[in-house]
Design a protein around this ligand. Structure first.
Ligand code: OOG
Ligand code: NI
Length: 472
């Protein structure tokens, strides 16, 4: 009966959201067009090397979206919807203190977990939940009002949730039901035309535009959909030359001539869109909201905890230098810091245990000495193990906080005298109703499996090396 497996559903879901979003936000289509051109050009210039971090088919179809929900109940429901598409929670991001402006949310990302599922279609959705309990943002009275508001609204209907549960349990759905699931799931993330309660919206907006975007309206919506590019610097200038103003800088690592690591992102600001507002006197009048924007990203190699430590220290060093010479461009300072601290080659990143790789075995390159226990670094040095990068599939909290600024006009307010409410990955697991996976564990498991395979193929015992050192 034309059964659609979860990865097929996921690919169609990404496509259907893309069609919907393109109709609503035409600048998104421009972003996709420029991205496609940039990728074709990159492929033409670099040949097979362009596909080192994912096949061109994967990269061309690759998107991530972002949504925001209000309550624990809504978070657990959206998790059921994503499970229908083989997307599971990975990583915990606390954005409440990741920037100076008020971003009162905690987040996770729903994405495929298995390598072959990622290769088939890696669609992921960065999903944020309003941190209603945090008194730095919301007074006790407002917490009560928000809770009552979220208890009343229904983001996902019973039919969608039931179909989702079936799809998750059976690993897919038959044709007509698959179509219905896609239709309902896409509609759940469409911008609603319902009039917005003016006073309630503006009250929340005074605290944070993120709070009003989540709690000031009766539904949720995709707030951006992000294509992946192979050359984000070319994309940035391509968009600006079309007259689309991007945010001031590319978030994340700078462009440099060493290996691309983690994630580089940039966005254009939310565009003003006309919406209807219901006023206190009962009248309904048009007004404007800026809630949806465009973002694009380039993905690099996943870093190990040791590599991430180097990354975080480099980011702090860039901040320091920028404070000392405020006029300079962040990206330029960052490039210099990168050149001083990060290895220039993938082989060195692998040998130093700074990034995650799988390995290809080349038995002919085993040296005579490599018969007893041998370290990975030694095998890499002789060429008996050739590293193949594992792409970073997750997000960066600081960049995410930077991206949130795309629809913030001002700082909002945060009462630092209050104590932050506790949210962490364990609590998120309880909220979502499914284990929120640690990204490092997923990458490590993939690398370990590969090391076991080449150990068998090479006929040598591979022992952990003592050379896991920081790069500085
Ligand atoms: C999510 C922002 C985070 C990213 O790419 O880092 C994000 C949001 O604005 O809701 O999507
Ligand atoms: Ni994003």
């Amino acid at each position: 009966m034309n059964f659609k497996s979860s990865w097929e559903l996921r690919a169609k879901f990404a496509q259907s959201l893309s069609t919907m979003y393109g109709k609503e936000v035409p600048a998104y289509n421009t972003l996709v067009e420029v991205s496609t051109k940039v990728n074709e050009e990159y492929l033409r210039r670099h040949g097979a090397a362009a596909e080192r971090l994912g096949s061109i088919n994967r990269v061309t179809a690759e998107r991530h979206g972002a949504i925001r929900v209000g309550s624990e109940r809504e978070m657990s429901q959206v998790a059921r919807v994503f499970a229908a598409f083989g997307m599971y929670p990975v990583g915990f991001y606390d954005l409440r203190d990741a920037s100076s402006s008020a971003v009162p949310v905690v987040s996770t990302a729903f994405r495929p977990i298995d390598t072959d599922e990622l290769a088939k279609n890696p669609f992921r959705v960065f999903t944020s939940m309003l941190a209603v309990e945090d008194p730095r943002f919301f007074s006790l009275d407002l917490q009560k009002e928000l809770t009552a508001f979220f208890d009343k609204r229904e983001l996902f209907g019973d039919e969608l949730l039931e179909l989702s549960d079936r799809a998750a349990a059976d690993g897919g759905l038959a044709g007509p039901e698959a179509d219905r699931l896609l239709e309902l799931a896409t509609a759940a993330f469409e911008l609603s035309a319902d009039p917005v309660d003016h006073d309630w919206y503006r009250r929340l907006e005074a605290i944070s535009a993120v709070a009003s975007d989540i709690g000031g309206v009766t539904s949720t919506h995709i707030n951006h959909l992000t294509p992946r590019v192979l050359d984000i610097d070319a994309l940035y200038s391509g968009m600006e030359s079309l007259g689309i103003k991007m945010i001031d800088e590319i978030q994340g690592p700078p462009g440099w001539d060493g290996p691309d690591v983690l994630l580089r992102q940039t966005s254009f600001k939310a565009l003003g869109e006309e919406r209807l507002f219901r006023h206190a006197d009962g009248s309904i009048k048009p007004g404007e909201l800026r809630v949806r924007f465009g973002e694009v990203e380039a993905r690099g190699i996943a870093l190990t905890p040791a590599g991430r430590d180097v990354y975080d220290r480099m980011v702090a060093e860039v901040d320091n230098r920028l404070n000392e010479s405020p006029g300079q461009a962040r990206q330029e300072i960052a490039r210099a810091v990168w050149e001083e601290n990060l290895p220039r080659t993938e082989a060195e990143l692998a040998a130093k245990g700074l990034a995650f790789f799988t390995f290809a075995a080349h038995p002919e390159k085993l040296s005579g000495a490599q018969t007893g226990p041998v370290t990975l670094a030694e095998l890499i040095a002789t060429g008996a193990a050739v590293p193949q990068p594992i792409v970073y599939e997750d997000f960066l909290p600081r960049s995410a906080a930077g991206i949130f600024q795309s629809n913030l006009a001002d700082e909002g307010s945060k009462n630092e005298a209050e104590r932050a409410a506790d949210y962490d990955i364990h609590r998120m697991t309880r909220i979502v109703g499914r284990e929120v996976r640690d990204p490092y564990e997923l990458y490590q498991a993939q690398q370990d499996a590969s090391v076991a395979e080449i150990s068998a193929a090479l006929g040598v015992e591979i022992v952990p090396d003592a050379v896991v050192v920081s790069a500085s």
